[in-house]
Ligand binder design. Structure first.
Ligand code: PMP
Length: 406
């Protein structure tokens, strides 16, 4: 892969070559994306949509071209089904608010799964509190996969929406989203897929998947921070009330009342991050040039190799061991007496050796409860990572453990 395109990776940290294994939190940016931001502010910056002047028209065209590029990337039928957000979190909050206003009432139920990120839990809890509805949770089986029989039992006429992660940000395992969607659709229930950890790593086709909503974040996909998307099928989006009021989302504003703009503008109040959307478009094209299938195969090789190498270190426990992983895996280490080595200590000693991993609950406290730990060590990959970096990580982990277990 094109590692040399990422200038940040050329540096040393604590005198050691940087090994960046925190891609599930955010990815690094290729030079073309960094240049795109600079180009925007150097040559065509102007507020979009409302201007008749040249720069405004250029900026508007760039923003709308980016919408089309992203619609193509995720397989949306029409670009107006792609709403720009600040990220996955905002997309889920938008949906919880708008969908909740239109369709959720007292006694209704929303279903999520037991391995969700807080972003796909808390907005639904807030909605349930507001509407006196109930949040139901698909439990996990022993192997940490979703208990699909329990899911079937949870689906009922009270269920208004199902919202589940495509790929777990902690375990890296892929949920059977096609089956989840088919079972919900058999009862006329829409499904939202949290694609924060799938869209950066595997080809996504929202039409083939047949999800009703899909959310993801640009910053995990080689694009800048502050831009994301909420995809929704037109027939659903057109039934939802706006999330925020302000400029651009209106048709006419009168003291007697306001009429709203058409899709997608109805959901994009205020000045959008048009430089971010443009740079995301550049990042998406970059990913497509690399080839999504090639990216997926490369990262699949890295996760399998890392799991195999980690399996040779005494005391290492890999979660969802042996299952196919997308871009990330979580582990803990236990000493000879079976006591947990605190992930924080491992993270700090890895950092001293130039290795960036994430430790903690990964915004998935309920899952940590199921695993029975305070946190894990998570390593997560991007297109630029290599087997050699995994070797360096393994050696660094062994050094860390020799200190911690001595
Ligand atoms: N869902 C999942 C599965 C995630 O991994 C993340 C980011 N860690 C989010 C939601 C939230 O994404 P963001 O912080 O970009 O809004």
């Amino acid at each position: 892969m094109r590692r040399e395109d990422f200038p940040i990776l050329k540096q040393q940290v604590h005198g050691k070559p940087l090994v960046y294994f925190d891609n599930a939190a955010t990815s690094q940016k290729p030079q073309c994306v960094i240049d795109a931001i600079s180009e925007a502010y150097t040559t065509w910056n102007a507020n979009i949509h409302r201007g008749t002047h040249h720069l405004s028209q250029v900026a508007t065209a760039k923003h709308e071209e980016a919408r089309q590029i992203l619609a193509d990337l995720i397989g949306a039928k029409q670009s107006k089904e792609v709403l720009f957000t600040r990220g996955t979190t905002e997309g889920l909050n938008m949906l919880a608010f708008s969908f909740g206003e239109a369709f959720v009432g007292e006694g209704d139920e929303i279903i999520v799964s037991g391995l969700e990120h807080h972003s796909n839990i808390v907005p639904w809890q807030m909605l349930c509190e507001r509407k006196h509805a109930m949040l139901r949770v698909i439990p996990l089986r022993e192997d940490l996969s979703l208990d699909m029989n329990a899911y079937k039992q949870l689906l009922s006429p009270r269920t208004k929406l199902v919202s589940v992660a495509h790929v777990s940000n902690v375990l890296g395992i892929q949920n059977p989203v096609e089956q989840i969607i088919r079972l919900a659709h058999e009862q006329g229930i829409p499904v939202c897929i949290d694609g924060a950890q799938s869209a950066p790593h595997i080809p996504v086709d929202v039409q083939a998947m047949d999800c009703d909503f899909f959310v993801c974040s640009g910053h995990k996909m080689y694009a800048p921070t502050g831009i994301g998307l909420l995809y929704g099928k037109e027939n659903w989006l057109s039934q939802l009330p706006p999330y925020q009021g302000g400029g651009e989302m209106i048709q006419h504003v009168r003291w007697e009342g306001t009429t709203y703009n058409e899709l997608p503008y109805r959901f994009e109040a205020g000045t959008p991050d048009y430089v971010g959307s443009y740079a995301w478009g550049v990042a998406a094209k970059y990913m497509q040039e690399c080839g999504m299938a090639a990216l997926a195969a490369h990262e699949q090789d890295l996760t399998a190799y890392a799991e195999q190498q980690l399996g040779q270190i005494a005391g290492v426990k890999i979660y969802a061991a042996g299952q196919k992983k997308v871009g990330a895996l979580s582990l803990n280490v236990y000493d000879a007496a079976g006591k947990l080595v605190h992930p924080f200590d491992i993270g700090a000693l890895l950092d001293q050796q130039g290795i960036a991993v994430r430790i903690g609950h990964h915004c998935a406290e309920p899952l940590m409860g199921t695993l029975g730990v305070v946190g894990t060590v998570r390593i997560s990959f991007g297109m630029y990572n290599t087997r050699e970096e995994i070797d360096a990580f393994i050696a660094a982990l062994q050094r860390a453990l020799s200190i911690l277990l001595s």
